[in-house]
Design a protein around this ligand. Structure first.
Ligand SMILES: [Mg+2]
Length: 120
């Protein structure tokens, strides 16, 4: 079973995404990137990370930067979740190494399909 991690400060998003993904994937949810980083540094290696952008403890941008500049984690595909459809934000994050960019509110089935296309 492939491992997927979701990082989002809204627990309700965690619950919804878990509902759609946890049958097919080994799904782990964190409410903030610092906890996810701790988990990664313990030796856990997910196949894909989904990350919110606007979070209080650490912004998704900074989390993405951390991942993409770390030799161990830079190859993990990252899908960013944004609360606004901003072209400049999308370009910036895709350039930084994000695999995909999804605007909230999103249809969980669309997220699931996009994930499948990345890690089939
Ligand atoms: Mg948020």
């Amino acid at each position: 079973m492939k491992k997927i991690v979701l990082v989002d400060d809204k627990e309700s998003i965690g619950k919804v995404v878990s509902f759609y993904l946890s049958k097919e994937y080994d799904f782990t949810y964190f409410e903030n990137p610092l906890k996810a980083i701790e988990w990664l540094q313990e030796g856990n290696m997910p196949d894909l990370i989904i990350s919110d952008i606007r979070m209080p403890e650490m912004k998704g941008d900074d989390f993405l930067h951390f991942l993409k500049t770390n030799a161990l984690f830079k190859n993990i595909p990252v899908v960013m979740l944004s609360s606004e459809d901003s072209t400049s934000e999308r370009i910036r994050l895709l350039e930084e190494g994000a695999e995909d960019y999804i605007v909230k509110p999103f249809n969980p089935l669309e997220l699931k399909i996009r994930i499948k296309k990345i890690i089939h």
